[in-house]
Design a protein around this ligand. Structure first.
Ligand SMILES: *Cc1c(COP(=O)(O)O)cnc(C)c1O
Length: 410
C-alpha cells in the first residue's frame, strides 16, 4: 500500500491521486457505489452511526463513498499549497451536489434568513441571477446589485446597509469575462461582518484559489471545467469553517436533498485527473484565439482578460495563473453577422455551457442570459451581437482555420 504521508508537490499529482480511500477490494479507481443505503452489523452500530460516534455511511442523500473521494479530491485542489495563519495546512470540507444551482441553493439558504441582504455584481451567471431574484427574494432575502469593481461604492453600500450579511462573487464572470478583486472585496466584507462566497467555475482551482484570500465558501458548477468532458451535471459547495460545515451546512445539505449521484461523482472524479493538462491547453489556445480575433478586420470587440485592452487585465493577472479559457467577442455588423458566423462554423460546436474538450460557441443574449431583463443585460455588457466562446483543447490550427473560413464570407 502506498505511504499516505508521501507529500505530493504538484497540482497535477494531487488531481490524479487526491482523495482516494482504499476499499476492501483494492480498487484502483473509486467504484460507483450505486447503493441508496448502507447496512449496520447491529442495531447498536446503526445507533452509533446516527449519533456520529462511529464513521460510516447510512443513506446516500447524506453521503456516499463515491461522493467522498471526489469531494476530498476537490478540497485537496482548492487548498493546494495553502496554509492557515499558524502554518498548518488549510483543511476544507465539501458537499457534492446534483448541479451548480443545487450547491448555491444550499449555500444561500443555509447562510441567509428573512431580513438579511445579499450583495453581488451585475455580471452573474443567468441561473444565479434568477435564483437570487426569483427564489431567494420571496423568502425575504433581498439582493443588492452594484459594481463591485468600485471599492468606494462597495464600502459605502456596506456601511449604509447593516442588514447585508453576504457577498457573492463570480470571477471571471459570464460572458464579458469581468473580474472582481477577491482579496480587496473579502477584506472589506469581513470588516463589516459579511460572509463571502466565490463562484470559481470559470477559473477552476488550477487558475485561481479563492481560499487564499480567506473567503468563506467556494462553489463550482462541476459540469464545466472540473468535469471537463461534458459528461454530467454537478455542483460542489466547499467551506473552510469545519465546525459550520459539520453542523448547519450538513443539516441543510441533507434536508434540501440536492445530492449528486454516484455515477456523476465517478465521471467527475475521472475528469478531474487531467485538469492541469487540460487547463494549460485551454488557456494557451484561448490566448491565441484572442490575439487572432483582435487582429481580424471583421471583429469589432474582443473581451479577454489576457489582452491589455480588457479593463480587468490587472485584476485577472493578480489573482489568476492564466487569463483562462473563456472569451467573448462582437462580430462587426451586429446580430445578423453574428448569426451568419455561428452558422458557418464547421468544427466548433454550437452549444451553451462551457468547459468541454471541444470549442463551444453560444449567443448569450438569446441563450444563457435570455431570462435576464434586457436593460440589466446591456448594463452588464451583454450586447445583442455578443458571441461567447469556451475555447477547447483541439489543435489551435483547426480552431483558427474554422474561424477563418466562417469569417471570410461575412
Ligand atoms: C453553469 C454555471 C452555473 C450553474 O451550474 P449548473 O451545473 O448548470 O447547475 C453556475 N455558475 C456558473 C459560473 C456557471 O457557468
Amino acid at each position: 500500500m502506498a505511504d499516505k504521508t508521501f507529500p505530493l508537490t504538484g497540482f497535477g499529482s494531487v488531481a490524479i491521486h487526491g482523495g482516494h480511500q482504499e476499499d476492501t477490494l483494492s480498487s484502483h479507481l473509486t467504484p460507483i457505489f450505486a447503493s441508496s443505503i448502507f447496512t449496520f452489523d447491529t442495531a447498536e452500530q446503526g445507533m452509533r452511526r446516527f449519533a456520529n460516534e462511529e464513521p460510516g455511511y447510512i443513506y446516500s442523500r447524506w453521503g456516499n463513498p463515491s461522493f467522498t473521494d471526489t469531494e476530498n479530491a476537490i478540497c485537496a485542489l482548492e487548498s493546494f499549497g495553502l496554509k492557515n495563519s499558524d502554518g498548518t495546512p488549510l483543511a476544507l470540507k465539501a458537499f457534492l451536489h446534483a448541479s451548480g444551482q443545487a450547491a448555491m441553493t444550499t449555500l444561500f439558504l443555509a447562510n441567509l434568513q428573512q431580513g438579511d441582504k445579499l450583495i453581488s455584481h451585475l455580471a452573474l451567471y443567468g441561473g444565479t441571477y434568477e435564483l437570487l431574484t426569483k427564489i431567494l427574494a420571496p423568502t425575504g432575502v433581498e439582493t443588492i446589485i452594484i459594481d463591485l469593481r468600485d471599492l468606494n461604492i462597495t464600502e459605502d453600500t456596506l456601511k449604509k446597509n447593516p442588514d447585508i450579511k453576504w457577498m457573492h462573487l463570480e470571477t471571471p464572470a459570464n460572458p464579458t469575462i469581468q473580474c472582481v478583486d477577491i482579496d480587496a472585496l473579502t477584506k472589506l466584507a469581513h470588516k463589516y461582518g459579511v460572509g463571502v462566497s466565490v463562484d470559481n467555475t470559470f477559473a477552476t482551482p488550477y487558475l485561481q484559489q479563492p481560499f487564499k484570500y480567506d473567503v468563506d465558501f467556494v462553489i463550482h458548477s462541476t459540469t464545466k471545467f472540473l468535469n471537463g468532458h461534458g459528461t454530467s451535471i454537478g455542483g460542489v459547495l466547499i467551506g473552510r469553517d469545519l465546525e459550520k460545515m459539520n453542523t448547519k451546512i450538513t443539516k441543510w445539505f441533507r434536508l434540501l436533498g440536492g445530492n449528486a449521484s454516484p455515477f456523476d461523482a465517478y465521471l467527475l472524479r475521472m475528469g478531474i485527473k487531467t485538469i492541469e493538462l487540460r487547463m494549460e491547453r485551454h488557456c494557451a489556445n484561448a490566448m491565441k484565439v484572442a490575439r487572432y480575433l483582435q487582429a481580424h478586420a471583421a471583429i469589432e470587440k474582443v473581451f479577454y482578460t489576457g489582452l491589455e485592452s480588457h479593463p480587468d487585465f490587472e485584476t485577472s493577472k493578480r489573482q489568476m495563473k492564466h487569463p483562462g479559457p473563456m472569451l467573448s467577442f462582437e462580430v462587426g455588423g451586429g446580430i445578423n453577422n453574428g448569426k451568419k458566423f455561428i452558422n458557418a462554423l464547421q468544427m466548433c460546436t454550437r452549444a451553451v455551457s462551457l468547459g468541454t474538450t471541444d470549442t463551444l460557441i453560444s449567443h448569450p443574449a438569446s441563450m444563457s442570459h435570455s431570462s435576464v431583463p434586457k436593460e440589466e443585460r446591456l448594463k452588464s455588457g451583454i450586447s445583442d451581437g455578443l458571441i461567447r466562446m469556451s475555447v477547447g483543447i483541439e489543435n489551435i490550427e483547426d480552431i483558427l482555420a474554422d474561424f477563418e473560413q466562417a469569417l471570410k464570407n461575412l
